[in-house]
Design a protein around this ligand. Structure first.
Ligand code: 13P
Length: 263
């Protein structure tokens, strides 16, 4: 696919169900000491703490003028109502959340989120002025059966149904092969690049070349300081969605600083 120099990389830390609000404050402050002005000039950084930490992290980012984007890991798609335990997109927007992960494989596999629900969330996140990070990816069985591309294109078609082509360019898509999440097994650089190019091509077929050229595509799945440079310098990989390595300030900062290391 077309290589663009205009897509800003986005490195996102998905903290999953880790860090209470004291720990979250410490992590974000430590991270702010490790990340330099040059890093922030070159790379967008988002942190996605659990819901209970978001207000604390928001206050720290604002009061210390830390230039990270605030993120969330999930939200409901309805505006309000009798949905015990859920959080509405507007509540996140009010807290200054910019990026919301939608359709992470853990939500799909462990909490029964369907493509239809993810589609509703993507639209609700956009309607509330935030940016979805839409996760797609195949299982090991699907990859071994040669079904990885059809799984990913099916997820894209269903999860982006009825999203306007003018909106698609500004969303983020994270390609996360499920077998690479938390396993220490990363997709090969060639496979990761090939699938991210395929995602871009699918977006082009669905929404046109402009949207495909603008949309940012992250790779996720065992991204570490040691493999970040080779992954993030691929033409169709515009950043990373990082799990385990985002829980420690130094390792996350070294991923953010991938461009300073040898690919
Ligand atoms: P790991 O980086 O721990 O493999 O997690 C990836 C992920 O699921 C990010 O959303």
């Amino acid at each position: 696919m077309t290589e663009s120099t205009t897509r800003r990389p986005l490195v996102s830390g998905n903290w999953k169900m880790h860090m209470n609000h004291f720990e979250a404050l410490k992590l974000v402050q430590e991270l702010s000491y490790q990340v330099t002005r040059d890093d922030v000039d070159a790379v967008d950084i988002s942190v996605h703490p659990p819901f209970t930490d978001i207000r604390t992290v928001q206050t720290a980012l604002e009061s210390d003028r830390i230039p990270f984007f605030l993120g969330a890991q999930h939200c409901h798609f309805e505006t309000s109502g009798a949905f015990t335990g859920e959080v509405a997109p507007s509540m996140l927007a009010k807290l200054g959340v910019v990026y919301v992960i939608a359709g992470h494989s853990e939500r799909r596999e462990l909490f029964g989120e369907s493509d239809e629900m993810v589609n509703a969330k993507v639209k609700a996140i956009i309607a509330n002025g935030m940016t979805p990070i839409l996760c797609v990816g195949e299982t090991l069985e699907e990859r071994e059966a040669g079904d990885a591309e059809s799984k990913v294109s099916g997820q894209l078609k269903a999860c982006l149904a009825k999203v306007k082509s003018t909106e698609v360019g500004s969303i983020v898509i994270a390609y996360e092969p499920i077998w690479a999440i938390g396993t220490g097994k990363t997709a090969s650089v060639e496979d990761a690049q090939a699938m991210c190019a395929f995602v871009r091509q699918t977006v082009a077929e669905m929404f046109g070349a402009d949207a495909a050229n603008e949309v940012r595509i992250q790779y996720g799945g065992s991204v570490k300081p040691v493999n970040a440079a080779e992954l993030l310098t691929q033409p169709d990989i515009d950043g990373a969605l990082v799990g385990g390595a985002a829980l420690e300030a130094e390792s996350f900062a070294r991923i953010v600083q991938y461009r300073l290391h040898d690919a």
